[in-house]
Design a protein. Structure first.
Length: 232
């Protein structure tokens, strides 16, 4: 059975909302759970309900789409829509799935949906040792330069909303990348133990059913991830 993705549409123009809804009606994997005429109207819903995909107009009165998206505590995947091409850079800087220029034709809309589905499949794909990289280092973008980190030097990784903090034996680095995407780039020594933490198993000194110790550092174990470390 295919997963059903919950969507919210936010656009101050009714025709814009109706067009997105019409396009989505042709795709059986998507359900519109809310259609809002302003960011203010959408805020209470998005801060309390989990959704998969947000269609968000950028140029709106009172609060524009990019500012609104940055204010969300739990950011769903977003596809920005607008009549103004100049906003494209702003959209991609917020790690948007795509940026659609109005009027939105279905063929272009469908390409954006395919990008979303590809990202979702990658994030939800079960990992095996065979999937893991074979090199012994990784490059990350930090302090405006590409920094080489040896896997053996990375102790653990913490999620900070749209960023991650990488704790190493030498220096800590803050990188603009999701923890899910970063986990794809790590080798078999690393284990996701919490929605906000990845650890290097080589540094584990003790553990209970609730947390794992890396020397003097205690990392919580999330219920969803407990089997990851127990079965390692």
């Amino acid at each position: 059975m295919k997963k059903l993705y919950k969507c919210v549409i936010v656009d101050d123009e009714s025709l814009g909302r109706e067009l997105i809804a019409t396009h989505l009606s042709q795709l059986d994997q998507f359900e519109i759970v809310a259609s809002c005429s302003s960011a203010i109207e959408a805020s209470s819903y998005l801060n309390t309900q989990a959704i998969d995909l947000l269609f968000l107009d950028i140029e709106m009165p009172v609060l524009n789409g990019t500012d609104f998206y940055q204010s969300l505590n739990n950011k769903p995947k977003v596809i920005f829509t607008t009549a103004y091409r100049d906003y494209a850079v702003d959209g991609f800087e917020l790690n948007a799935v795509d940026y659609l220029l109005k009027p939105i034709v279905f063929s272009r809309f469908f390409k954006a949906i395919e990008k979303f589905l590809a990202l979702s499949l990658t994030e939800n794909k079960p990992h095996t040792i065979a999937d893991k990289p074979t090199s012994n280092y990784i490059f990350v973008r930090a302090d405006r330069k590409d920094v080489k980190l040896n896997y053996q030097d990375i102790i653990y990784v913490q999620s900070l909303k749209d960023y991650i903090k990488i704790f190493t034996t030498n220096k800590n680095h803050i990188v603009k990348e999701s923890i899910s995407a970063f986990s794809e780039r790590l080798n078999k020594d690393f284990i996701r133990v919490h929605r906000s933490y990845i650890i290097n198993y080589q540094y584990v000194t003790a553990m209970t059913t609730k947390d794992v110790e890396l020397g003097d550092t205690e990392i919580p174990i999330g219920d969803k991830y407990r089997d990851n470390i127990i079965n390692n």
